[in-house]
Design a protein. Structure first.
Length: 609
């Protein structure tokens, strides 16, 4: 029922209670402390946008409310989008990691003093441009895929924006805000269909002062430290703006500002005090073969046996140089994912071609191949196979985390009729059920295939099962020269530090690399070249603290973010109840971070504008 001018209350569009209508003369006057109290408690009652009194109580359509919200937040939305783009430039291939700090600070400042609904909108305005720029490498599939995936991922940042808005009125709000960044990454890493880990703050900071923290708490601790620095910088900037007022220049205000600045500096430099274990127990000589592909893009496979021949020929050339004394014989050779484009068990010509190359080089070769599932017809397995020069194919690892819509199609029967492009994935990949610890010659290697390097648990479980070095077999031919290979190499660098293991990335067309346990890239190839990397690979048995504690730090910090939101919601209900009892009581209490009545009134007036 719509409210008339003499009613006591009515339902607002979001279900909250609208306060008693004032006389017309009072409705046109600026609102004072009572308005500020509403903004400060995070009520979702939208500010007065000039609507006529008789239409304020009516329930507008959802699209009309969204349009009104977009108009009111246009300026902040533009700044949020700019912050999202800045964060994308912190990631490879640009790699300007310091941009991750002001980007986090910007979202904290933009959502401060807003309602949960407004904060959600600003989070979305931040997240969608961020993911569009970050994931633009997916344009080889189609720009609609870029925009669609970016949209889905930005929904998690939408929740982050809402959480930042409602927790901003709590004491120690920078801590809760940083925790919420990790909560967002925690959820996005797992949902839906096993999650999508691209865009974590840690992956933008694989060559920064925060990187060594990975040895203590893995990628989650790196993300948290970056987020905490950003939220603390927001607190410092906010305090600096308030100190422009003479009334706000108190000893407590200066102490709060300097304290936040000191904590930001401590969070930034803490990683420099963390020792990164790198001492090797022994070494092996490894050769990494990058055979290259003839045509990059969606149809990189070309004719059958083409990619296999490329890798076999590069290996035969290596064997010739060894026989000529130009190259010392390695202890093992690593081929990339999909280096055999035919199932070597089903097609004898493929198996014979691999066997001849392996016998020529005279050492075990880790071969990447797509293999028909032995019992489930229509399914294929993405495998790394240890091929011995005397015994032939032996132990293997099957990729545990196939990529949804790339290596298998959820709800295939329904979706493929609507999205015909999905028919280009003719068979679903079947997931493996164990880690990729493989004895390859004298080395006990841990195989991780392609996108699995982005997920914390797979490399961690592989190391804890006994891997002395990690191998990332990958096929980036679809996304060559788009920035995606650089983003994946950055993940390999972080995993090296996190687990104290050397990491070998073997790619069909690049970027192949040998990464030391401290994250240093010792050798790398160019994209779309045939090349062979050779070098000493350190092997280690000691595990890091990050491996010992596992996912516990991530769970704890993520839960803290959820509890902070719950606490802010309960505090908001309590304040709204108190305000309903006494709207005219003077407000002299702060908000827990030094914000007084004048500050809150200014926030409310800014929201009203």
């Amino acid at each position: 029922m719509a409210s008339g001018p003499d009613t006591t209350s009515a339902s607002a569009p979001d279900g909250s209670r609208e306060r008693k209508a004032a006389p017309a003369a009072q409705r046109t006057a600026p609102e004072g402390p009572a308005r500020a109290s509403s903004a400060d408690t995070g009520s979702d009652v939208p500010p007065d946008d000039g609507a006529a009194p008789e239409t304020r109580g009516a329930r507008p359509g959802r699209m009309r409310r969204l349009a009104a919200l977009a108009r009111r937040e246009a300026g902040r939305s533009a700044l949020a989008a700019l912050g999202g783009v800045a964060l994308a430039f912190a990631f490879p291939p640009y790699g300007i990691w310091p941009l991750s700090l002001p980007a986090v600070a910007a979202l904290s400042l933009l959502t401060r003093g807003r309602t949960g609904r407004q904060g959600a909108w600003l989070g979305f305005a931040f997240g969608w441009p961020f993911f569009i720029v970050l994931l633009k490498w997916l344009h080889v599939v189609g720009w609609d895929a870029v925009i669609g995936l970016a949209f889905l991922q930005s929904l998690f940042v939408l929740g982050l924006g809402a959480g930042l808005a409602v927790t901003a009125r709590l004491p120690l709000w920078p801590l809760w805000g940083a925790s919420l960044w990790l909560t967002e990454e925690f959820l996005r890493d797992r949902l839906p269909f096993g999650g999508f880990s691209w865009g974590r703050l840690a992956f933008a900071n694989t060559d920064s002062p925060y990187t060594p923290l990975a040895a203590l708490g893995g990628a989650p601790l790196v993300s948290f430290a970056v987020a905490l620095t950003g939220t603390l910088l927001a607190a410092v900037l906010l305090r600096g703006l308030r100190l422009r007022s003479a009334a706000a220049r108190t000893g407590r205000a200066y102490a709060t500002g300097f304290g936040a600045l000191a904590l930001a500096g401590a969070a930034t430099t803490a990683g420099l005090a963390v020792p990164v274990p790198t001492k090797a127990a022994d070494t092996v000589r490894v050769a990494v073969v990058q055979g290259n592909v003839q045509q990059p893009g969606m149809h990189f496979l070309g004719r059958p046996m083409q990619i296999l021949n490329n890798h076999a020929e590069a290996t035969l050339d290596l064997a010739k140089r060894i026989e000529q004394g130009k190259e010392p014989r390695p202890d093992l050779v690593i081929w990339p994912e999909n280096s055999s484009d035919l199932d070597p068990y089903t097609y004898p010509e493929a198996g014979d071609r691999i066997d001849r190359a392996v016998k020529a080089v005279g050492v075990p070769v880790l071969v990447g191949a797509l293999v028909d599932h032995p019992t489930k017809e229509g399914y294929v397995e993405n495998q790394g196979i240890v091929w011995d020069p005397q015994k032939g194919p032996g132990a293997s690892y099957t990729k545990q985390h196939p990529v949804p819509f790339g290596e298998y199609v959820p709800f295939r029967d329904q979706l493929s009729k609507v999205i015909t492009r999905l028919q280009q994935v003719p068979r679903d990949f079947y997931p493996g059920d164990h880690t990729g610890v493989l004895q390859t010659g004298p080395a006990r290697l841990g195989d991780v295939i392609c996108f699995e390097v982005a997920y914390d648990e797979i490399p961690r479980d592989t190391v804890k099962d006994g891997a002395r070095a990690l191998v990332v077999q990958t096929n980036n031919a679809t996304y060559g020269r788009t920035g995606q290979p650089e983003q994946q190499l950055a993940m390999s660098r972080l995993r090296a530090v996190e687990h104290g293991r050397a990491v070998v990335t073997a790619a069909t067309s690049g970027i192949s690399a040998i990464v030391a346990p401290d994250g240093t890239v010792q050798q790398r190839t160019d994209e779309f070249t045939q090349d062979v990397l050779t070098g000493e690979l350190p092997l280690r048995d000691e595990i890091t603290l990050a491996d010992r504690v596992g996912a516990a730090p991530e769970w704890v910090i993520a839960i803290v973010g959820v509890l902070a939101c719950a606490g802010a919601w309960l505090l908001g209900r309590r304040r709204r109840g108190t305000g309903a009892q006494d709207r005219t009581a003077p407000d002299t209490a702060g908000d827990g971070d030094g914000t007084d009545k004048q500050d809150r009134q200014a926030q409310a007036e800014g929201q009203h504008q």
